[in-house]
Design a protein around this ligand. Structure first.
Ligand SMILES: Cc1ncc(COP(=O)(O)O)c(C=O)c1O
Length: 443
């Protein structure tokens, strides 16, 4: 077995180079047969045993990113954003590595707690938390509730008044007026946002006063999150500066600066490392005299590059003078980011990791939508054939978690690979699962 090298494709973006090994999980290697190995497991064997599509995660990679984050920020200062990818095994792994969990719904809290993560290690988020979610979280004793609106302040007061639980420790989510350079749908720090209390119009100060006045909650800090998949470290520095100026006079124990660190999805992209992100944020806070504990909430940076989705090619349609379509057995129901944000992914054949990719094709799924695209201009080896396994790297974040059952397609399984062992942590859905919530009275 060897490293997947050669290094970044010599042909450059748009050329015919092999897949860039930097886009593959940490333990990715090439087996003696030229095929991809992850966590000591042959990807072809995992696909043969569990079928396709399948999400294959490198467990060592997940643990390494958790450790990198803890090294950068400190234990109990990294809050894994479970929306990026959540199942009980992932919740357990993150908790085991010393991370706290950010849950943005009652469902995410339920899954985290079902993995044995105590509520006291979970922070509840959400711009429109329901009364039921607040009851559930406050009753369970979550570590923090991140208060997002004036309506929510009233809802928490009502929930505490009815005796759901003791007054929770809360953070006020502040919208700092800093635009992250990312897709509009995942940009959250600008004034025009559904999230949080705007700093610019005085809502942030009014919210802090309202929470401080309330006997139903205890203000322990402030929070911001400027957006997701942010590559520009200066956006983080600006947000940290704005938040530090707001937070220092409040003299509260906690300052949470959100998640958002970007990852490279396609050849040529470069994202700051977790360590660089840590220095940018912590230096900005230090230089402005922040004495609060500074925490962050990474999701994507922990899990994205840890996984590949493995599909089987089912049809290849060449339209002379137009384009070639390569269709696989999943699509927008398992990796919806290209449809949602026009995001890019790379693809390659796991049987031939080092193969040059001379064919440019549109990689599409099997759903009844022309927009069901996985990669708009995928480079693939020209020998790609029906029946081939095809892998899409960097699909560990916002793929499985944003999946759907569109066209009543059963969701794929998730397999964690480590030390030569492939363990199923989410099984493939069955057709009966599709009927599990379907209430039907034959007449
Ligand atoms: C409040 C909050 N924190 C953290 C995150 C995680 O962001 P990322 O996965 O980009 O690190 C999100 C993502 O939307 C978020 O809304």
């Amino acid at each position: 077995m060897s490293d997947p090298g050669p290094g970044p494709g010599s042909a450059g973006a748009g050329g015919s180079s092999a897949i860039d090994p930097r886009l593959l999980p940490d333990t990715a290697a090439v087996g003696d047969d030229g095929g991809l190995v992850v966590g000591g497991c042959s990807v072809a064997e995992v696909a043969a045993e569990h079928g396709t599509p399948v999400f294959v995660y490198d467990e060592a990679h997940l643990r390494a990113r958790c450790r990198e984050a803890v090294a950068a920020f400190g234990r109990d200062r990294v809050i894994y954003a479970t929306k990026a990818f959540l199942c009980r095994a992932m919740a357990e792994l993150a908790h085991d590595e010393g991370l706290l969990l950010d849950v943005a719904s009652g469902g995410e809290l339920h899954v985290a707690m079902a993995a044995g993560v105590p509520a006291s290690a979970c922070t509840l988020h959400g711009n429109n938390k329901s009364v039921a979610e607040l009851r559930q979280a406050i009753g369970a004793g979550v570590r923090h509730v991140v208060v997002d609106s004036f309506d929510e302040i009233e809802r928490i007061e009502a929930v505490v008044a009815e005796g759901a639980g003791p007054a929770p420790d809360v953070l006020a989510r502040i919208t700092p007026g800093v635009s992250a350079h990312t897709h509009e749908y995942i940009s959250t720090g600008q004034d025009d946002s559904k999230f949080g209390f705007n700093l610019g119009n005085g809502d942030a100060e009014r919210a802090v006063e309202a929470v401080r006045r309330s006997s139903a909650m205890r203000l322990v800090g402030v929070h911001c999150h400027i957006g997701s998949n942010v590559f520009d470290a200066s956006s983080f520095a600006r947000a940290a500066e704005v938040m530090a100026r707001f937070a220092v006079p409040l003299d509260l124990p906690e300052l949470v600066l959100g998640g958002g660190l970007g990852v490279a999805y396609v050849e040529g992209e470069e994202a700051p490392t977790i360590a660089t992100w840590g220095s940018v944020l912590l230096d900005a806070c230090d230089s402005l005299g922040v004495r609060s504990r500074v925490s962050v909430e990474p999701g994507r940076a922990i899990v994205a590059a840890a996984a590949l989705t493995v599909y089987t090619v089912g049809t290849i349609k060449e339209i002379p003078g137009v384009r070639t379509y390569v269709s696989v057995d999943g699509g927008m129901s398992d990796n919806p980011r290209p449809v949602l944000y026009g995001s890019g992914y790379e693809a390659f054949l796991p049987r031939s990791v080092r193969a040059e990719r001379g064919l440019t094709a549109r990689l599409v799924g099997k759903h009844c939508e022309s927009g069901d695209v996985l990669a708009f201009g995928a480079r693939l080896p020209s020998e790609v054939a029906v029946g081939d396994l095809l892998a899409m790297p960097v699909t560990g974040a916002y793929g499985h978690s944003m999946g759907s059952n569109y066209n009543k397609i059963a969701r794929p399984p998730v397999v964690f690979c480590a030390d030569g062992d492939a363990r199923v942590v989410v099984r493939r859905e069955t057709f009966d699962d599709l009927l599990a919530t379907d209430v039907f009275d034959p007449r």
